[in-house]
Design a protein around this ligand. Structure first.
Ligand SMILES: CC(C)(COP(=O)(O)OP(=O)(O)OC[C@H]1O[C@@H](n2cnc3c(N)ncnc32)[C@H](O)[C@@H]1OP(=O)(O)O)[C@@H](O)C(=O)NCCC(=O)NCCS
Length: 168
């Protein structure tokens, strides 16, 4: 298991081939898709292909997608990623957590850790997160982890809030 970052309660690790069903459970969850309708992996086959892609990318890129697991049980409860985005011309943070684990502070906790990893280990100057303006949970988790509102705008046709944090 290749761990990227650990927090008090969570492990952020590279995806492995054995994680296909966990990825599918997250990617097919209706409540998650509600706020991210443009990202869809609609079946297990696509998830298997996606994991192979991730594994291949780990060898080449520092910016990636990773699995979020509960330390005590090993259960994968989410995905987080740092990617270069052409839309914002910079590095973007994205996180998905299974709804049964919402509002327990997991996104705030892991975002803080993965953003620190990006800013201080990878040397990124600024990390941005974009969220639907109606996505109150996402906005709160970004504020909790220390991001600040940069602007409002459109993202994939959706009215969005752009939050960001810079290296000190
Ligand atoms: C956004 C998401 C990752 C947040 O995960 P989470 O683990 O529940 O986040 P946290 O528990 O760290 O923080 C959520 C905060 O929002 C608050 N919140 C939730 N719903 C809310 C609402 N309707 N109004 C106001 N605050 C709300 C919670 O109380 C919590 O704040 P607190 O800890 O200060 O009380 C999760 O909801 C998710 O996966 N959503 C679908 C995908 C998505 O939208 N990703 C974000 C793209 S930027």
């Amino acid at each position: 298991m290749n761990i990227v970052v650990e927090t008090d309660r969570l492990i952020i690790k590279e995806f492995e081939e054995a994680d296909v069903l966990s990825l599918y459970k997250i990617e097919s969850d209706k409540k998650i898709i509600e706020f991210l309708p443009w990202v869809k992996l609609s079946n297990e086959k696509e998830c298997r292909r996606q994991i192979k892609k991730y594994i291949n990318e780990y060898k080449k890129n520092k910016l990636n997608s990773w699995a979020v697991a509960i330390k005590e049980t090993g259960e994968i409860i989410g995905i987080t990623r740092l990617i270069y985005s052409n839309k914002i011309k910079g590095v973007e943070l994205g996180t998905k957590i299974l709804p049964e684990y919402w509002n327990k502070g997991y996104a705030s906790e892991l975002s803080r850790a993965i953003v620190d990893y990006g800013l201080y280990e990878l040397g990124i100057d600024e990390i941005t997160a974009v969220t639907d303006i109606n996505n109150a949970g996402a906005i709160k988790s970004l504020i909790n982890m220390g991001m600040q509102l940069k602007k409002y705008g459109y993202y994939n046709g959706t009215e969005a809030a752009f939050y960001s944090i810079k290296r000190e």
